[in-house]
Design a protein around this ligand. Structure first.
Ligand code: MN3
Length: 206
């Protein structure tokens, strides 16, 4: 059984940038519904009990298992997204993450521009990501439930650009939500941890 993980902070912790009401709906209704549907579709599939990552890799691109993929990937994506934010986060990172951003994008400002373009340029629902690909970092966007794992990339950071993530607080102003996410919310400690794990994995396989 897949279960809904707790939010890593209280519902009001990200105010005024993301309201308690948004998190109550987004976590308590949307994320919960993906969990419930994932469990329903996994029943009798032979995949129940495997890790979310394994199920994502095994069902991606399989038209017969779209419902499993969509719901399991959305469970994974949301669990990851909550951890990408913290109260008092955002702004320029430091240390190894900053070095990697500079060497991959040229500067922090270029990275911000790319992430904003990915987030606003994702037509309809989806996600914008910072990923590790080999020894470089890249920004990418994915539609709907897709995530970088089945594109052979390691997710480091994501921002949910489905309307349900920002509509109550920003209505149609997706760029304002993205700016608040980048300037006020990004949990760089989480990105740093993900980057360290990606580097270890890269070293072990090369
Ligand atoms: Mn969402």
């Amino acid at each position: 059984m897949i279960t809904l993980p707790d939010l890593p902070y209280p519902h009001n912790a990200l105010e005024p940038h993301i309201s308690a009401r948004t998190l109550e709906f987004h976590h308590g209704k949307h994320h919960q519904k993906y969990v419930d549907k994932a469990n329903k579709f996994l029943e009798g599939s032979g995949l129940a009990g495997q890790s979310l990552e394994e199920i994502i890799l095994k069902t991606a691109g399989d038209p017969a298992r779209t419902s499993i993929f969509n719901n399991v990937a959305q469970v994974w994506n949301h669990t990851f997204y909550w951890q990408c934010m913290k109260p008092g986060g955002g702004g320029k990172p430091s240390g190894r993450v900053a070095e990697k951003i500079d060497s991959s994008f040229g500067s922090y400002d270029k990275f911000v521009e790319e992430l904003k373009n990915a987030g606003t340029g994702q037509f309809g629902s989806g996600w914008a990501w910072l990923v590790a690909s080999g020894d470089r970092l890249e920004v990418m966007k994915t539609p709907n439930a897709e995530n970088p794992l089945h594109h052979g990339k390691t997710p480091l950071l994501t921002v949910d650009v489905w309307e349900h993530a920002y509509y109550l607080d920003y209505q149609n102003r997706r760029p304002d939500y993205l700016a608040a996410f980048i300037d006020e919310l990004i949990n760089w400690d989480f990105v740093k941890k993900n980057l360290a794990e990606a580097s270890e994995k890269e070293a072990a396989t090369s």
